[in-house]
Design a protein around this ligand. Structure first.
Ligand code: IPD
Ligand code: CA
Ligand code: CA
Ligand code: CA
Length: 267
C-alpha cells in the first residue's frame, strides 16, 4: 500500500465511522430491539447489527478484495490476515449503549498482512474521534497525542480493570489482582475496551488488564497505543494473535513487564 492508497483508505474509513456515528445519534431515542447472545448479560441490539452491516456493505462496494472481520457476523470467515483486513466492532460497550446511552464507541482497525496500519475509536455521544496511522502518530480529534511518559511508578498508576477478575474466577489468580489493586493509585472500569485503549493512548489511564477480548475489541486500540509508545500483549506478556480471543495487557511500557510478571498468574 503506497502513501496515497493509505491516505484514501483512511479518508474513506473516517467518513464511514463519522457517518455511522451520526446515524446512531439520530436514532438514539427510538425504541430498541435488544436480544441476548451467549448469556443474559451479553446484549446485542439491531443498532449493533445495522452498523456492522453498513460497514460491511461500504467496504465490499469500494474494496472487493479486502476482508472484513466483525463481531456480529456480517463480515467474512477470516482465516488469515494476508492482504487488507478491516476489523470492526460496530458498537463496543453495548451494555453502556443500552443502559447509559453513552460511553460506547465504534472501533475500526485496518490491518495489512497482520500489521495494524490504521485505527479509529469513535466515542459517538461525545463526538470524539481517536485515530492513528502507523508511524504517523495518534490523535484525539485534531490534537496530536504526546508520547507516553517514559517512566511512571506503579504506585502512581491508574489501571483499567473489570471487577470480574478481582473476584474468584476461572482464569486468573484473584490474589495477584488484589495485590495490584492495593499497589496502584486507582482503578477504573469504563465498560468499553476500545475506549480503555483510547484512554491509555491519551495518557489518562496507564494500563488496562482483561482476561478475554476478541480481535474487534482491540484492533484499533493497538494501532493507537503503539503510536504513543505503549505496549500491548497477552496478560502474560506473550504476543497477541489477532485471529483469536485472549487476555490483554495494554500499558505504558514502563510498567508493562512489572504488571505481567509480578501480579498476573493464570489458574
Ligand atoms: C465488550 C466491552 C467490554 C468488555 C467486554 C467486551 P461489546 O464489548 O468492550 O468493556 O469488558 O469483554 O466484550 O460486546 O460491548 O462490543
Ligand atoms: Ca458484544
Ligand atoms: Ca467489543
Ligand atoms: Ca460490539
Amino acid at each position: 500500500m503506497n502513501e496515497q492508497q493509505k491516505q484514501s483508505l483512511y479518508d474513506n474509513a473516517k467518513r464511514w465511522v463519522l457517518e455511522a456515528g451520526e446515524h446512531i445519534r439520530t436514532k438514539m431515542h427510538q425504541p430498541l430491539v435488544i436480544e441476548t447472545k451467549s448469556n443474559p448479560d451479553d446484549l446485542v441490539t439491531e443498532m449493533d447489527q445495522d452498523t456492522e452491516k453498513f460497514f460491511a456493505e461500504k467496504i465490499r462496494e469500494s474494496y472487493p478484495d479486502h476482508k472484513v472481520l466483525g463481531e456480529e457476523g456480517f463480515g467474512d470467515d477470516v482465516k488469515d490476515l494476508d492482504g487488507v483486513t478491516w476489523i470492526v466492532d460496530p458498537i463496543d460497550g453495548t451494555m453502556n449503549f443500552v443502559h447509559q446511552k453513552q460511553n460506547f464507541a465504534i472501533s475500526v482497525g485496518i490491518f495489512k498482512d497482520g500489521i495494524g496500519e490504521i485505527g479509529f475509536i469513535y466515542d459517538v455521544m461525545k463526538d470524539c474521534l481517536y485515530h492513528a496511522k502507523r508511524n504517523e502518530g495518534a490523535y484525539k480529534n485534531d490534537q496530536l497525542l504526546p508520547a507516553l511518559a517514559n517512566s511512571i511508578p506503579l504506585e502512581e498508576a491508574i489501571i483499567g480493570l473489570n471487577s470480574t477478575w478481582a473476584v474468584p474466577n476461572k482464569k486468573v489468580d484473584e490474589n495477584g489482582i488484589h495485590r495490584l489493586i492495593r499497589k496502584v493509585r486507582g482503578t477504573r472500569s469504563y465498560g468499553s475496551a476500545a475506549l480503555e485503549f483510547a484512554y491509555i493512548a491519551e495518557g489518562i489511564m496507564d494500563s488496562y488488564i482483561t482476561m478475554r477480548l476478541a480481535p474487534w475489541d482491540i484492533a484499533a486500540g493497538i494501532v493507537l497505543v503503539h503510536e504513543v509508545g505503549g505496549k500491548v500483549t497477552k496478560a502474560n506478556g506473550e504476543p497477541i494473535n489477532m485471529l483469536d480471543k485472549q487476555s490483554i495487557l495494554a500499558s505504558n511500557a514502563s510498567i508493562h513487564k512489572e504488571i505481567s510478571m509480578n501480579y498476573i498468574s493464570f489458574k
